[in-house]
Design a protein around this ligand. Structure first.
Ligand SMILES: *Cc1c(COP(=O)(O)O)cnc(C)c1O
Ligand SMILES: [Zn+2]
Length: 575
């Protein structure tokens, strides 16, 4: 059974974010009875829960409801769950090697029932609406909330009216429709769409989702923090004696409404208060450059956001021009606890999307890729240090990949006329020509250029191989010592050599000397990829002998590929 009942009677208070007034936890909308403010924080019996948790958590499954005592529903019978949460925390091995970072972790929120972290929000918010007796709801969304709410509403008997800006991909709109929700496409920005939805709700007397102002949305995202704290402790060990769980140095997310990071931070504040972790994380909040009100406002040091009227980005999921109270909250958190706001262009985002798919096997949506593009920039700028523990919210919904993300030639077509041709009858056996089908299939694999990798570290060799494989048109040969490498180069005569410097038996310098003394091999272009800081003398030694020098852990895949392609082109021209 997925329902996890509370181990203690539910006692929750609401505290006003403006005046601090405390009132009992009642029904929505949650408004301060004293000052009318609409941002209320749920407070729990932390002391009692911290005493209970060590024992009860041992017996509970790894889903978001394992933290039931810190989630605000009164009666367990209203819990709606589809097994959300409890997603894997993946170590980003290839990415770490490429970037020279040691502790990159991906919280794979695609593993939720509708493939985005909005399922945490939907599970709790829809449960709370069910408990409050609500049967119809209006929601404005850039896609993922509408999909998630639609799925969960099926279990709550709630009719959903979804309002979406017209740029939301049609695949997402169709998914919302298939769950039986009403789909209303508004030819406007997301901010305007929200207003249309609110007006409609008011006119019809239907409850409208209040987004970040709703307690359930923020509270649900705390479970991301709880899970990460437990998972990091399992991966890296507890931070110190007596402190069981672990805090990352950074939590990175692409933000629009700010629900994820705000909930995540509150989750860590609660764990800290309960003595389960020893510190709070820094937040890195990434926005699309064409719609980055938070980033721009932070750089101007404004405590309230200046909205962006006309978002200009293809990353629709996070195209929120007016971030409202979320920004004010995040501004304070970043000011007090460190952290940063950063933007990424669409181009940087799509590049990151390809890297994640090709290097880590994760097909993610553009909004999730924006977080990774931000990570790359913050590492390059030195704002995130290479040894720091980083958790990235990989909250993507992998829907059918949109066309513009791929090159023209991503699809290889074998014509039916060829595919249907039967192999030639025995009469032709003399020549035994390959069938036309095989001929056509052969053509699919035109790997004419040969590249030799000479690298003694198998992990580094694998990464280089992977980078070359993703482009498909190189034949790769590989050796793991200098001597083997030299033999391999002599035997296979590659078009280009990727060479490590520090290797047992014969180092890279010696390999280069041998190549230069061999008339057949002396013109083979060499790219040196080294982890070693070169001395001035070593640099002189390489001068004129090699074409490109790259430092391990500080180049991206396409820099290497550009270098390779430029050298191969060059080489062609000379022939
Ligand atoms: C909702 C969403 C975001 C933005 O989340 P907020 O925390 O509300 O700013 C980012 N990426 C994806 C994939 C999302 O679905
Ligand atoms: Zn108040």
């Amino acid at each position: 059974m997925l329902i996890i009942p509370s181990a203690i009677p539910v006692e929750i208070e609401l505290e006003c974010g403006n005046c601090g007034y405390k009132q009992p936890f009642g029904n929505p909308p949650y408004i301060c009875e004293k000052c009318g403010h609409d941002w209320m924080e749920a407070r729990y019996d932390y002391e009692r829960i911290s005493r209970l948790w060590p024992d009860i958590l041992k017996q509970r499954p790894f889903t978001m409801w394992r933290y039931r005592e810190l989630l605000p529903i009164r009666n367990d019978k209203y819990q709606i769950t589809m097994g959300e949460g409890g997603t894997a925390l993946l170590r980003a091995n290839n990415l770490s090697m490429m970037l020279g970072a040691q502790n990159l972790f991906i919280k794979d929120e695609r593993q939720n029932p509708t493939n985005s972290f909005k399922d945490r929000q939907a599970a709790l918010a829809i449960s709370m609406l069910k408990e409050a007796g609500i049967t119809e709801l209006v929601v404005a969304s850039t896609g993922n909330v509408a999909i998630s709410y639609s799925a969960y509403s099926t279990h709550a008997g709630i009719k959903l009216w979804t309002f979406l800006p017209s740029l939301v991909p049609p695949e997402k709109m169709r998914e919302i429709a298939i769950y039986g929700s009403e789909v209303i496409k508004v030819t406007a920005t997301y901010d305007e769409t929200k207003k249309v939805a609110a007006r409609y709700a008011k006119h019809k007397g239907i409850t409208v989702d209040r987004g970040i102002r709703d307690i359930g949305t923020r509270e649900s995202m705390k479970t991301l923090a709880f899970e990460v704290a437990e998972q990091l402790a399992a991966e890296l060990g507890p931070p110190q004696p007596g402190i069981p769980w672990r805090t990352p140095d950074w939590f990175i997310q692409a933000v629009s409404g700010g629900m994820g990071p705000i909930g995540f931070f509150k989750g860590y504040e609660e764990l800290y208060r309960m003595g389960l972790v020893d510190r709070l994380p820094k937040l890195a909040l990434i926005q699309a450059a064409g719609c980055a009100p938070m980033v721009q406002s932070f750089h101007k040091d404004l405590p309230k956001a200046e909205p962006v009227e006309n978002p200009n980005t293809r990353v629709i999921t996070i195209a929120t021009g007016a971030p409202g109270p979320a920004y004010e909250y995040l501004y304070k958190v970043v000011k007090q606890h460190g952290g940063t706001f950063e933007s990424a262009t669409d181009e940087e985002t799509f590049r990151a999307l390809h890297i994640l798919a090709k290097m880590e096997g994760l097909s993610i949506e553009p909004a999730a890729a924006t977080a990774f593009a931000g990570l790359f920039k913050l590492l390059t700028k030195g704002i995130i240090k290479r040894h720091e523990v980083v958790v990235i919210n990989c909250s993507g919904h992998t829907f059918p990949v949109e066309k513009f993300l791929l090159d023209e030639d991503w699809l290889k077509v074998v014509p039916a006329s060829v595919a249907e041709t039967a192999p030639p009858p025995m009469a032709h056996a003399k020549e035994s020509p390959p069938s036309r089908l095989m001929g056509a299939l052969e053509k699919l694999d035109e790997r004419v250029r040969r590249i030799a990798i000479v690298e003694d570290n198998p992990e580094a060799a694998r990464l280089l191989r992977r980078i070359l494989q993703t482009r498909g048109d190189f034949q790769i040969v590989e050796a793991h010592t200098g001597k083997e490498g030299l033999t391999l180069i002599e035997n296979t005569q590659p078009d280009l050599v990727l060479l490590d410097l520090m290797m047992p038996d014969m180092d890279g310098f010696a390999v280069i000397d041998h190549l230069k003394n061999n008339p057949r091999l002396k013109d083979t272009p060499v790219i040196v990829i080294t982890a070693k800081e070169l001395t001035a003398q070593e640099k002189r030694r390489l001068q004129g002998q090699i074409q490109i020098l790259l430092q391990k852990g500080s180049f991206m895949d396409d820099e290497l590929l550009h270098g390779i392609n430029a050298l191969l082109e060059n080489d062609k021209g000379e022939e």
